[in-house]
Ligand binder design. Structure first.
Ligand SMILES: [Zn+2]
Length: 54
């Protein structure tokens, strides 16, 4: 299975992991702006990484 991992470079941790089967780019951007808006408000930088798990 392939996931998109949201990694906050300020907190240095993964804040979310989403199965690409259910979350496309648009959906992930949406989650980023809602669920993880606190990081962004605090000026944190979140990068999207690919994560593969069997
Ligand atoms: Zn953060």
């Amino acid at each position: 299975m392939e996931f998109k991992e949201l990694f906050c470079t300020n907190c240095k941790k993964v804040v979310g992991r989403y199965n690409i089967k259910f979350y496309d780019e648009i959906k992930i951007a949406e989650v980023l702006n809602t669920t993880h808006s606190e990081h962004i408000k605090n000026g944190h930088h979140i990068v999207i990484r690919k994560f593969v798990k069997d």
